[in-house]
Design a protein around this ligand. Structure first.
Ligand code: CP
Ligand code: NVA
Length: 309
């Protein structure tokens, strides 16, 4: 089966580099292969069981800009796995649309969907991974720093879906990745072990926030309690307080470090106003770049499928 894009690990170094080029071409409003509408006649369904601003809007706008149609389906409408099995939904929706973009809770549910679909499936965030985010982010890093390898990235805070996707990326690109986090909040153990065995650069868990950010080129953070675990808000806040990205902490990074946050931010918690609104912050360019990179991913997936025909 053609699975699509479920994890950063579905992309190798060559493909990643070519997606960076494509995203730049698309951002400059140049056309893909001289075709202004590469998704003409194609419909992408977005099945979202969690809220979203950036991911939903950037995919819907991106599909339209590429000449296709989008269809938003709220998760509670089709009730995946409740009203009918995930496999049946995947088989049926494959008869109506050309690709599916899913935001849900369990990565396994997403995999079951992809295993039963006969069209490409894109991970728009699960509790475990957020690969489209990290692909957009590496494009932003390319733009801002002029390179995507041999840089130090300090991810500060919870070892969540975004952190796990950074860990995955470190087995695709040569990065010095430092995760500044508290004991009990580390990234997923299996993902970490797999990346450590393949890492092209280095991955280090730092329980000391200064050690994590020291001379870093990128200081990155995300909410302490993700969607799907908001019941842990107070507990996580206590554990992760000292990893807050504030001016003091940022002064330990490289003086020209960029500050990134996937958004939405809980200002005053994982990041202060002065930092997110400060001169080193690139968070809105980062949000915009989701659009350009996801367009590149969709064009790649659908042209790969055409080649398989
Ligand atoms: N960063 C991100 O995925 O934002 P949304 O949850 O608003 O889509
Ligand atoms: N880790 C966050 C990312 C939101 C884009 C969450 O899952 O809620």
């Amino acid at each position: 089966m053609f699975k699509g894009f479920l994890s950063v690990l579905d992309v190798d170094r060559n493909l990643l580099k070519s997606l960076l080029v494509s995203a730049k071409v698309l951002k400059n409003k140049q056309f893909w292969d001289d075709d202004p509408s590469p998704l003409k006649g194609q419909t992408g369904a977005l099945i979202f069981s969690k809220p979203s601003l950036r991911t939903r809007v950037s995919f819907e706008v991106g599909i339209k800009e590429l000449g296709g149609n989008s269809l938003y389906i709220a998760g509670n409408e089709i009730q995946m796995g409740v009203r009918e099995s995930i496999a049946d939904i995947a088989r049926v929706i494959s008869r109506y649309v050309d690709f599916v973009i899913i935001r849900t809770f369990s990565q396994r549910d997403l995999e079951v969907f992809a295993e039963n679909a006969i069209i490409p499936v894109v991970n728009a965030l699960t509790d475990l991974l957020h690969p489209c985010q990290i692909m957009g982010d590496i494009f932003t890093i390319m733009e801002k720093l002029g390179q995507v390898e041999d840089i130090t990235i300090a991810y500060m805070g919870d070892g969540n879906n975004v952190a796990n996707s950074w860990v995955n990326l470190s087995s695709v690109l040569s990065l010095d990745l430092r995760i500044g986090t508290a004991s009990g909040c580390e990234p997923n153990k299996k993902i970490l072990e797999n990346a450590l065995s393949k890492a092209k650069g280095s991955i280090k868990i730092c329980y000391d926030p200064i050690e994590a950010v020291k001379d870093a080129n990128v200081v990155y953070t995300d909410v302490w309690a993700s969607m799907g675990e908001k019941d842990k808000t107070d507990e996580k806040a206590k554990l992760l307080q000292k990893f807050q990205v504030n001016s003091d902490l940022l002064s330990a990074a490289s003086p020209d470090a960029i500050v990134m946050h996937c958004l939405p931010a809980e200002r005053g918690k994982e990041i202060t106003d002065e930092v997110i609104d400060g001169p080193q912050s690139v968070v809105y360019d980062q949000a915009e770049n989701r659009l350009h990179m996801q367009k590149a991913i969709m064009v790649h997936l659908l042209s790969a499928l055409k080649r398989m025909d």
